[in-house]
Design a protein around this ligand. Sequence first.
Ligand code: ADP
Ligand code: MG
Length: 309
Amino acid sequence: MVSRLVEIYSNLEEPEFRILRNIEKNMKKYEYVPIELIEKESKLPPSKLSNCLRKLSTFKLVKRVFGNIIGFTLTYLGLDILALRGLMVRGVIKELGDKIGAGKEGDVYIGITPGYEKITIKFHREGSAPFRKIKRTRSFVINMNWRSMIELAKALSEREFEILTKLYNKDARVPIPIARNRHAIVMKYIEDSIELYKRPELNKKEAIDILTQVLKTLRVAYIDVGIIHGDLSEYNVLVRIPISVNDTAEAYVIDWSQYIYKDEPHAEELLKRDIQYITRFFRKIYRIEVDGNEALKYVKGNMNELSIE
Ligand SMILES: Nc1ncnc2c1ncn2[C@@H]1O[C@H](COP(=O)(O)OP(=O)(O)O)[C@@H](O)[C@H]1O
Ligand SMILES: [Mg+2]
């Protein structure tokens, strides 16, 4: 089934993209961008402009306000379309496919590059749960109107893309970041993987392998990049189960946009919680024992080997 986003995208033409971009630009100054301004800057005849705006409203890419002025603002869907357009024009994405995953705060799609590489596109939303956590980090000034929600979604994607790049460069087990546009990030699709919360069937050795790789990634993040994931659980770990005898189980830690630096307030507390959640899951589901304090020491680099059994 073609997703709604793709369906809408394929129905749009350049003048409509141009109007969306114009509204986006002017949203820096206006909550609702006056129609006169759009008319002046888009250089479209009034009848053509109103047709385009009607189409954009029907598709719910813009929202209209009537009052002393007629004005327009972008919706999330409108922003998704602009990000998708940017990535298509840059040749990052060739085709967008189905929505995937159990993303609670964003929409995640599968896609392909012009070179037929499978990719994942994640459109950030400002989100409620992550948002609460982000409020704790000082680097964000929060003033929740619609425009700042969009800015926050963009900031989240920037955060996630930058940190994925740093983590990947240090050989952490994370998806390979490819590109970013507005609130969207593109990364390599982890094929044949299953979310850990779905409890993939793993024998004891495989389960130990997976937990070791996750803790090692937390260690690289802490020691080499100086950060803590901050939202680690079985929902943010992807597992590739071995498909042949020579194959090994592989883990990937995803969803890094809520990281915090290790010297920020609450860092220690969050790191302990990350470790506690993941070790508890392995204990409960796979009967793997690892001492929480030792795991913490290992991740912080105060111990070089970790015994897991
Ligand atoms: N690189 C990827 N490869 C394959 N699937 C992915 C990838 N990134 C995300 N997903 C899927 O999308 C879901 C949501 O992604 P995530 O980054 O955790 O976003 P959210 O903030 O919505 O939780 C994941 O649970 C997973 O199923
Ligand atoms: Mg997630």
